[in-house]
Design a protein around this ligand. Structure first.
Ligand code: UT7
Length: 367
């Protein structure tokens, strides 16, 4: 009997601090109406540091001067974060392990993806592993942007199918809010992205029956010709030295996005990869019981719903409450869907993501 991987536990973590569109509109020239209409987002979760900074920024008479001061001196003269991306990854992982009925020690491997890590090195997966109390479990670190969790699932699935590992934890975690400019200069990205983490435990099982449960197929792509459309130089080696006062003054430590270009690519590539996944499995879109799309922008998801005639009950969206949490968005949706009883045994579930790189992909699962 062939070995298949099944998701046996899911988890999520988001910071407690809620930022609604009204608070953002006190920091930059935007409005609740603009954000809801263009993105579908009403509120998002951010780290306590970002939240406190936003409250100060909202009250500051000169927003640009206040953001410059934060860049020059740190927030209140302190540059240490009170919450890091690995903290969120650990919380989501513990929940996924608990749901799977496992301890961290039972894991054979961890696959982690984050866009903005705790450190340039070591990678966040290693930091997370250490915080889980592990000292020799292998860790794979991905930096696949919003597609990170879907990429991570494919890797974990191959390890399990090939017999190398039996229990793999896959994590998508992000703490992006600390890097944005919350004045007019950064408003396109600042209203969109937010913080959170999601995780899933995959376990080996022997496939039985004509339609065995578990991960069925993965369809992955990247296009490195468009890196300028969505990029964050932050402390990368694209500049010499990686961080300088000039780099900060020139705004090159801030993430940059050509929103319109990313939007167009996302709609095209997501549609293509959904079709590819359906064709590879000989399925019409109607046969998919639940679609979980990366929560980049509600308009992208609505466009897919229109193309593939997906009714509301066959999707799970939460961008309204969490914004775009990049690599965390698919596993957070997955966890909510599990907890909400959205899938029953035997259902077909498709996970789809697109992000920086560009990298995108789809995974088909029989629940
Ligand atoms: O997760 C990874 C993949 N990421 C994505 O898929 C994101 C894809 N892109 C998007 O979601 C959208 O492009 C955005 C939400 C970022 C922007 O929406 P849009 O409808 O594409 O707006 P736009 O960039 O075409 O800008 C329209 C106008 C511009 O003003 P002008 O030039 O028409 O005067 C912008 O300056 O809206 C302005 N604008 C804003 N106005 C109010 C941009 N950001 C904001 C804002 N509030 N936050």
């Amino acid at each position: 009997m062939p070995t298949r991987s099944r998701i046996t536990g899911t988890g999520m973590a988001v910071p407690d601090c809620i930022v609604d569109n009204h608070l953002l509109s006190r920091c930059m020239s935007t409005s609740d109406e603009w954000i809801v209409q263009r993105t579908g987002i009403s509120e998002r979760r951010v780290s306590p540091d970002t939240y406190r900074m936003l409250l100060r920024l909202a009250a500051a008479p000169d927003k640009t001067a206040y953001m410059r001061d934060v860049k020059d001196r740190g927030f209140d003269g302190n540059i240490d974060s009170s919450l890091t991306v690995s903290d969120l990854a650990v919380e989501a992982s513990r929940m996924a392990l608990e749901h799977a009925g496992l301890t961290a020690e039972a894991l054979d491997c961890i696959v982690e993806s984050s866009t903005l890590p705790d450190f340039a090195y070591p990678a966040t997966g290693c930091v997370t592993q250490g915080k889980l109390g592990l000292t020799s479990t292998p860790v794979f670190n991905l930096a696949q942007g919003c597609a990170g969790f879907v990429y991570g699932l494919s890797l974990a699935d191959q390890f399990i199918r090939g017999g190398m590992y039996k229990r793999v934890l896959v994590i998508g975690a992000e703490l992006l809010s600390s890097a944005f400019d919350y004045t007019d200069a950064g408003r396109d990205m600042a209203v969109l992205f937010a913080d959170g983490a999601g995780a899933a435990v995959l376990e080996a099982h022997e496939a039985t029956g004509a339609e065995p449960r578990g991960l069925i197929s993965h369809h992955l792509h990247s296009d490195g010709s468009a890196i300028d459309a969505l990029t964050g130089e932050i402390c990368g080696s694209s500049t010499f030295p990686p961080v300088s006062k000039k780099k900060i003054d020139d705004g090159r430590t801030r993430p940059r996005m050509n929103g319109r270009a990313v939007f167009v690519h996302a709609v095209r590539r997501v549609r293509e990869v959904v079709q590819e996944c359906l064709d590879a499995n000989g399925l019409p879109a109607d046969d998919i019981d639940l679609f979980i799309f990366h929560q980049a922008n509600l308009r992208i998801v609505e466009s897919m719903a229109q193309s593939f005639k997906i009714s509301e009950p066959r999707m799970h969206n939460n961008i309204q409450r969490y914004g775009n949490t990049a690599a965390a968005s698919v596993p957070i949706c997955l966890h909510e869907a599990v907890m909400g009883g959205r899938m029953k045994e035997g259902d077909l579930v498709m996970l789809v993501a697109f992000g920086t790189g560009f990298s995108w992909g789809a995974t088909l699962i029989r629940w």
